[in-house]
Write a protein that binds this ligand. Sequence first.
Ligand code: SF4
Ligand code: SF4
Length: 438
Amino acid sequence: MLKTFRGGIHPPYNKDFTKHKPVERAKLPDRVIIPMSQHVGAPCEPIVKVGDLVKKGQKIGEAKAFVSAPIHASISGKVTAVEPKPHPGGGMVMSVVIESDGKDELFEGIKTPKPLAELTPDEIKNLIRESGIVGMGGAGFPTQVKLSPPPGKTIDTIIVNGAECEPYLTADHRLMVERPDDVVLGLEAIMKATGVKNGYIAIEENKPDAIEAIRKAIQAKDGIELVELATKYPQGGEKQLINAVTGREVPSGGLPMDVHVIVDNAGTCAAIANAIKTGMPLVERITTVTGTGVNEPKNLLIRVGTPFSEIIEQCGGFKGEVGKVIMGGPMMGLAQSVLDVPAVKGTSGILVLAKNDVNLSEQSPCIRCARCVDACPIHLLPTTLGKFAERGMWTEAEEYHALDCIECGCCAYVCAAHIPLTQLIRLAKNHIVASKKK
Ligand code: SF4
Ligand code: SF4
């Protein structure tokens, strides 16, 4: 039987735009804007200045804190600015702008490491850190930090998240079809680095070609199993995935490590494999460019720092009147107000919706239908939390576990009254977190 979790929704998946399209390498960008914060944790400090010549793979941002990840040049060329620039995650972030010299020269310091069999666990973790690898499903948590649990926390299971449950996105799907051995090599590296013997690669059943490719790739591998998941949103949420694969429940306020599990995205595993095979840090990724508002939807291998406008242009530009541009998928993605923001390590997709496809329904009073309660995968009471947020009742929102909300958007999606529940709960979370910092 297919594994899954309680709650969740079945939105239209709309993956047909790109699910059969092989990944294309995007053309070399003329200019990249590389933010010094593309991860959870402390931003990097720029270590280049205007006028410097840099090469592909060269470190340009130093991570000085433990929870951080260094940042590298994704093209060769000249640094033309080191200044705050708009970030697709919102606000202005210190960024390094590089104008391409058209040569795409590799930094001399990039050396192919020893094969995985000869690397020690510490060498693997160090390679992952120095390669700037972060969670590529969008969360951007530094991977090496995840692989170094604090004393007292034991890990017995690694799960590779190949669910890709967000509608429209197919970047992980195509990666698993086209480079299954890299996904497996990345998992093996994580298992060796953590000393864990059980690894799972979990994929929703709506990706049969990816399931077949991974099945073949793990045939002769000890301790690695494939898990087929029901197609349901948000199947790829960490807590939902852990529950579906292992039956364990991450406690309220807890982390996967509290139930002895580490979850890493399929793209993260492939980035680790690339670092092991070539020594290349994370400077490019697969991004799905899709939706009713773009002429030629594609899966593109893009350089980190490429402006959205250039990426969309390579997909034939906008089709008709555009309603919304989103980084990521429609459920958890971030709406963009300008197009000169750059793709970052976590840019799994750029979704362009035509004006007619943007829901502008009027909000009305709650009819107490409880649909939001049935849909919530965390078993919260979204309608109650929404009311607390509207009234500024932050203490009550915290008592009702607002901080456990994963902002999946299920409640707002099903709400009969079109109440922006997720936005309201996010507001409550922000207030609660801010009050704790005082
Ligand atoms: S309350 Fe949070 S976790 Fe629950 S459905 Fe809404 S957005 Fe998702
Ligand atoms: S789904 Fe909307 S209308 Fe129904 S109970 Fe929840 S908040 Fe109220």
